[in-house]
Design a protein around this ligand. Structure first.
Ligand code: PGA
Length: 247
């Protein structure tokens, strides 16, 4: 665990303007804490949330971006627009987007470049399906996702989130040994691709009651949290577990 763990909340398609009270509560509780918290709400809430937490340690991110800076792309948002709204980071390659929107590694690679162009820190998600893990293909899947997304990206700010698809929203998690093993694989592949020391976080059913065990695994620099980031109490409990693990 790094001395300043990265705890990212992914709100997915949840949240209305009234959720500002949740963000205000998180922001007040996290101010000055030795942790780097980022909440990624739906794009409709980025500007309101960014102004609610301005000047504090809680930062706001986005969940996706288009590869182009602007243009005829109805319904899409560019990285520049998200930065303009107050985002500092963007989740890319989440398995739900790979599945729901047929995002390939090549598409994700272009989005990573767009994030960098706009000054957003990219949070690249990788992870194997249940079938891949069962047939021994987990490591190959993750290495090929990293190669496909990062081979043509220059070194620079980057977070990689290891999110086994079968662990997302399921209540199931890999063992700490399995997490540590995959984080080591990711670190090795990143080094081969010339991406230097990069924060590698774990995601998939992180909850207050398993956070301590997950953060104790070797090579875990933080967490990407879905369901448990929607309310202040569980998210803050996870950040406290990360702070304790970093000591
Ligand atoms: P979960 O989601 O914590 O609800 O499993 C994690 C994610 O999809 O980023």
């Amino acid at each position: 665990m790094t001395s300043r763990p990265l705890i990212i909340g992914n709100w997915k398609m949840h949240g209305l303007r009234q959720s500002r009270t949740v963000i205000a509560e998180m922001g007040a509780a996290l101010d000055g804490a030795p942790v780097r918290p980022i909440i990624c709400p739906p794009a409709t809430l980025i500007a309101a949330f960014a102004s609610a937490v301005a000047g504090g340690s809680l930062q706001i991110g986005a969940q996706d971006c288009h590869a182009a800076a602007q243009g005829a792309h109805t319904g899409d948002l560019s990285a520049e627009m998200l930065a303009d709204a107050g985002a500092v980071a963007v989740i890319l390659g989440h398995s739900e987007r790979r599945l729901d929107h047929n995002e390939t590694d090549a598409v994700i690679s272009e989005k990573l470049k767009a994030a960098r162009r706009a000054g957003l820190e990219p949070i690249l998600c990788v992870g194997e399906t249940a079938a891949a893990r069962e047939n021994g293909g987990a490591e190959t899947t993750v290495r090929s996702q990293l190669k496909g997304a990062l081979a043509s990206l220059a070194a620079g700010p980057l977070v990689v989130a290891y999110e086994p698809v079968w662990a997302i929203g399921s209540g199931m998690t890999p063992t700490p040994q399995e997490i540590a093993a995959m984080h080591a694989v990711i670190a090795a592949e990143l080094a081969e691709l010339g991406h230097g020391p990069t924060a590698i976080i774990y995601g998939g059913s992180v909850k207050p009651d398993n956070a301590t065990e997950i953060f104790a695994a070797d090579g875990v620099d933080g967490a990407l949290v879905g369901g448990a980031s929607l309310a202040a109490d569980p998210f803050l409990a996870i950040t406290r577990a990360a702070i304790a693990a970093a000591r």
